[in-house]
Design a binder for this molecule. Structure first.
Ligand code: ADP
Ligand code: MG
Length: 368
């Protein structure tokens, strides 16, 4: 096996008919054996990326590589890729065994090989002994597993999963998230998973690509993206955040809500306009006299683990706080936060510029 990425997109643009492109200059690498998630709102182009990988459509511009070879026009049936569709697309008139065996029968494998491979695939998804069940007798979660067995039985290099959990209720969905993640790790096959659910993406992935309007806004590990969102779109889409306008006063100094704060950001221009992100769980409620910011409480909801408190500061910015402490509506509270809780976003920064800036911080932090 080679070290090169199993899939590479190189400046891929996709345009349907004469409409405006639905993917614009999309580039990324997919490494072997990892769990990737394409995350973004409905209509941003997630399914289109999967269709291009599967070979159901071709790129308008740019190149798609599989194992180092360009596959732009390679027919779907010649690609080492299998798709698990949102509605599973199982054959209702066939039993579990025949659903999983379908692709192998088309390839005209020997009967004994088909039997052993189907059994193996069903064992992998914990459906041993269900061979003769009708699809209509299976629950939603079990059908999901049959669809996965049907994909892994072909021993593909990559499995594409297009919002496969969105039809399940919350409890089952959480169980299937754990199951899918474990399965991917046991199989060691690359999974490319599509979802519009940020919590699902954070819970399952080795790496997330955040898509917006046909472009990748940011790629990285779940913690990278959660802790260091590149811009307002990502900060808003991944988790809840407070975003307020600010201005750099120099290295490690930023102003917002008319006050000066210590921060951990450097290398920006003095007086540069920026946006400030602070996560709700990084805000602490204190007495008004001990807060760095004063906020008047507009509402409070008990969320089980924490209170969700919404208020506004003197400049009218809205603040969301997750706290185990209560506050009263109408009360003025002090908000306290560490310099590390302040995340500074530059306006219009590209991912390349952003990565370079973060690397520079790392260099000073861990100077040894
Ligand atoms: N076959 C097609 N012909 C024309 N437009 C399409 C086609 N498939 C998708 N689109 C358009 O491309 C955009 C992205 O769609 P899609 O990749 O399905 O997004 P997502 O999966 O993120 O919801 C949408 O605006 C959609 O209407
Ligand atoms: Mg889709």
């Amino acid at each position: 096996m080679s070290n090169q990425p199993i899939i590479r997109f190189e400046k891929v643009t996709k345009q349907y008919d004469n409409n405006s492109p639905v993917l614009k200059d999309v580039s990324f690498d997919i490494e072997r054996g990892r769990f990737y998630t394409l995350l973004g709102p409905s209509g941003c182009g997630k399914t289109t990326v999967l269709r291009l990988i599967a070979g159901f459509t071709g790129p308008t511009n740019g190149n798609i590589y599989f194992d180092g070879k360009i596959i732009n026009r390679l027919p779907a049936n010649q690609r080492q890729v299998n798709t698990v569709f949102q509605d599973y697309a199982l054959f209702p008139h066939l039993n579990v065994f025949e659903n999983v065996a379908f692709g192998l029968r088309i390839k005209k494998l020997k009967k004994s090989d088909i039997t052993s491979r189907v059994k193996e695939a069903l064992r992998f998804v914990n459906l041993e002994g269900y061979e003769n069940r009708e699809i209509t007798e299976m629950s939603g979660g079990q059908r999901q597993r049959v669809a996965i067995a049907r994909a892994i039985v072909n021993e593909p290099g990559v499995i594409l999963l297009d919002e496969p959990l969105s039809a399940l209720d919350l409890k089952l969905r959480t169980e299937m998230q754990v199951e899918l993640r474990e399965l991917q790790q046991r199989l060691g096959i690359t999974f490319i998973f599509v979802t519009h659910d940020q919590e699902e993406a954070l819970a399952m992935s080795d790496e997330i690509f955040v898509l917006n309007q046909g472009r990748i806004e940011q790629s990285g590990t779940p913690t990278d993206i959660y802790d260091e969102p590149i811009n307002r779109f990502v900060a808003d889409f991944i988790g809840e955040s407070n975003i307020v306008p600010g201005k750099m006063l120099g290295d490690f100094r930023v102003e917002f809500v008319g006050k000066s704060f210590e921060c951990v950001d450097q290398g920006l221009q003095t007086n540069e306009q920026v946006e400030i992100v602070i996560r709700p769980e990084d805000l602490e409620i204190r007495k008004a006299s001990e807060g760095k910011l004063l906020v008047r409480v507009d509402s409070q909801l008990f969320r089980g683990v924490h209170y969700e408190i919404i208020g506004h500061d003197e400049a009218g910015n809205r603040w969301l706080v997750h706290s185990t402490r209560k506050a009263a509506v109408g009360e003025t509270i002090g908000l306290y936060f560490d310099p590390e809780a302040i995340h500074v976003m530059r306006l219009g920064e590209t991912e390349e510029e952003f990565d370079k800036r973060l690397e520079a911080y790392g260099g000073t932090d861990d100077a040894d």
